[in-house]
Design a protein around this ligand. Structure first.
Ligand code: PAF
Length: 285
């Protein structure tokens, strides 16, 4: 049975009890509408920790468009059923006052790594993410925290924040889970209409093909330009960005001189999809 707590005091007493017994705890922060990507994070956490806390909190501070917050999928009953099945120990479903009590006035802002890519198109988004993740890490006090590489820039922002603020937690990044047709799992996929759902996997297909071309030595700028045109030709409305960045610190790359990530954000109708893949020079590091 997954235990459900909504109050910080109850969360602290559960995790504190585990710590006194010498048990290692992990946290998987989410915004709910759980899919197999989230479940893979819980499984990775169960493999490393004795007790796993999943948090579900749809964080208003990280939505830069009010409609996006309103439309964000919510599925509490099926989320609970999924957590029962996968063996999570505790679900923290905080009321808004537990995260942002009246008078809340602190923002955690990670400069540098949160600029560009999604940060350029979603003003305030990473401040909202960093602030809520700092709170969730400090509230749970877990030794390990699991995040999906699907949100690659988010992982990098959180790693930087944890280092900078000496939050005593190990951040574990887990690989993106994909549908059989390649589409990266995302709660936002629920918003795709039937025709869009058929077009959506082209984004991953183009991303993988572009990574192959870069790995084979193709020139970066021209290859990315051609790939953007392919994404538009595949039915996407806009490509916000398609960029090659260093895997370690997301610095922009115009040659494949070090391990890299190819990252994309594109709109399919009214749905914004993001994805990324690793790109490593063949025979290189
Ligand atoms: O990746 C998400 O679902 C959210 O950004 C997170 C990390 C749970 C913070 O609200």
């Amino acid at each position: 049975m997954v235990e459900i707590v909504r109050r910080l005091a109850d969360l602290r007493s559960a995790v504190g009890g585990w710590r006194r017994q010498g048990l290692v705890s992990a946290v998987v922060p989410t915004m709910g509408a759980l899919h197999d990507g989230h479940i893979s994070l819980v499984q990775a956490a169960l493999a490393r920790a004795d007790r796993v806390v999943v948090t579900i909190f749809v964080n208003p501070k990280q939505f830069n468009a009010a409609t996006d917050l309103v439309n964000y999928p919510r599925a509490e009953a099926s989320d609970i059923a999924k957590l029962e099945t996968c063996g999570a120990h505790l679900l923290y479903l905080p009321a808004i006052e537990e995260i942002y009590p009246p008078g809340f006035a602190t923002t955690v802002s990670v400069t540098g790594i949160s600029e560009g890519l999604c940060g350029a198109f979603r003003p305030g988004h990473f401040d909202g993410v960093a602030t809520v993740v700092a709170k969730l890490l400090l509230q749970t006090g877990a030794e390990l925290a699991f995040f999906g590489e699907k949100d690659f820039q988010q992982v990098k922002v959180i790693e930087r924040m944890v280092r900078d603020l000496d939050i005593p937690v190990e951040i574990v990044a887990c690989p993106t889970v994909r549908e059989a047709d390649g589409l990266a799992l995302s709660s936002r996929n629920l918003r795709l209409g039937a025709a869009e759902r058929e077009q959506a996997p082209r984004l991953a297909a183009i991303l993988f093909a572009t990574a192959d071309r870069l790995q084979a030595g193709a020139a970066v700028a021209a290859t990315l330009e051609a790939a953007s045109a392919e994404i538009i030709a595949a039915g996407f409305r806009t490509v916000e960005y398609l960029e090659l960045r260093a895997e370690s610190d997301l610095r922009p790359l115009d040659t494949l001189e070090r391990p890299a990530r190819l990252l994309v954000a594109a709109w399919l109708g009214e749905t914004r999809l993001i994805d990324n893949v690793a790109v490593v020079r063949r025979g290189g590091d």
